[in-house]
Design a protein around this ligand. Structure first.
Ligand code: SAM
Length: 325
């Protein structure tokens, strides 16, 4: 993987390492996903600029307990967590708007370098710029890359040459299948230590509205993928012919988010024709929920030692500090 760009300008003083996947990767992933018996597209493609904005709106929803609960844990335990950070370079995976990291940066002024890693380039650059403006002594570096691929650390001296700690909040790890979690954590061993946000198992009456809210923003977030495929891949999805669902599957311990076809229909994507039957689903995301012990077992299988877990009073969410064994 070659960084296509690494620059700072006076107007945009954030160093960017750009490993952004090309449109051709999006096209081939979509064509492959739409040819599966259970149609599926990776959640990483939900985050174009509009998708990132919609995700920020989801974080404000009353039903979306995840963001405010994880923020609460970070605020309550900011000092012990800050102690773990030491003078490490902080590498945030799936950094989004880089909001939660602010709580830690305030508690850990000794941290001088922050590396945000995200697939949504413009959103990432804006978030890093805002951090540099608000934290005078901080150097914020943007790495636009797919974190499900090994991080090209050899090309990022800020990671290669320093002791690092990876921060992976937002329950993004829940989007990976459990066996993928082990592979992912193994590739992140390069960071040495991790703090990972993991959503805990709870009642479907709390889980389902969090992923299918009354205002329809979660639905809009998923259906934006159709708009993105129309714009970037020349597809002809008709948005009003699709709807959205997010049931909890208690056996699998996951929310299953999907776009649902309202009718029998055929969609064109370049040369390809894709048929949808009425009620057929296109999976956009799984969001796995774990007990603390279930997640620790996966971490240990990946070669990490669980050091500490922080939770909220309701045991809705957990933050795990892991060290490579
Ligand atoms: C669930 S949001 C979490 C955002 C933020 N960390 C938080 O806790 O609120 C997931 C973030 O990860 C990014 N993302 C999703 N898949 C990714 C991938 N494969 N590689 C890099 N970034 C990814 C998205 O652009 C988005 O910013």
């Amino acid at each position: 993987m070659v960084a296509r760009l690494s620059f700072q300008t006076q107007r945009f003083p954030v160093k960017l390492y750009d490993f952004h996947p090309p449109v051709e990767d999006f096209r081939s992933a979509v064509l492959e996903g739409l040819s599966l018996p259970q149609k599926a597209i990776s959640p990483k493609f939900l985050y174009d600029k509009r998708g990132s904005e919609l995700f920020d709106a989801i974080c404000q929803l009353p039903e979306y307990y995840l963001t405010r609960t994880e923020r609460g844990i970070l605020q309550t335990h900011a000092h012990p967590i800050a102690t773990c950070l030491g003078g490490h370079t902080l590498v945030e995976l799936g950094s989004g708007s880089s909001q939660k990291i602010r709580i830690l940066l305030k508690a850990a002024p000794q941290v001088r370098t922050y590396v945000g890693v995200d697939i949504s380039r413009q959103h990432l650059q804006e978030a890093c710029l805002a951090l540099m403006q608000d934290f005078d002594a901080l150097d914020a570096i943007a790495v636009c890359a797919d974190y499900t691929q090994p991080l090209p650390v050899e090309q990022i001296p800020e990671i290669r040459d320093h002791r690092t700690l990876g921060f992976f909040p937002g329950s993004s790890i829940g989007n990976l299948e459990p066996m993928e979690v082990v592979t992912f954590l193994k590739t992140m061993a390069v960071l040495g230590e991790l703090i990972v946000g993991v959503d805990l198992k709870k009642s479907a009456t709390i889980l389902e509205p969090a992923y299918d809210d009354a205002q329809g923003i979660s639905a809009e977030f998923a259906l934006n993928l159709l708009t993105r495929m129309n714009r970037e891949l020349g597809a002809n999805f008709e948005r009003q012919q699709f709807t959205y669902q997010a049931p909890y599957n208690p056996q699998a311990g996951r929310i299953e988010m999907a776009i649902v076809s309202r009718c029998d229909q055929t969609v064109r994507l370049g040369e390809a024709e894709i048929h949808f039957s009425r009620g057929e689903t296109l999976r956009t995301e799984h969001s796995y929920k774990y007990t603390i012990e279930e997640f620790q077992l996966l971490a240990m299988e990946a070669g990490f030692q669980p050091i500490q877990v922080w939770t909220d009073a309701d045991q809705f969410f957990s933050l795990h500090h892991l060290k490579q064994i």
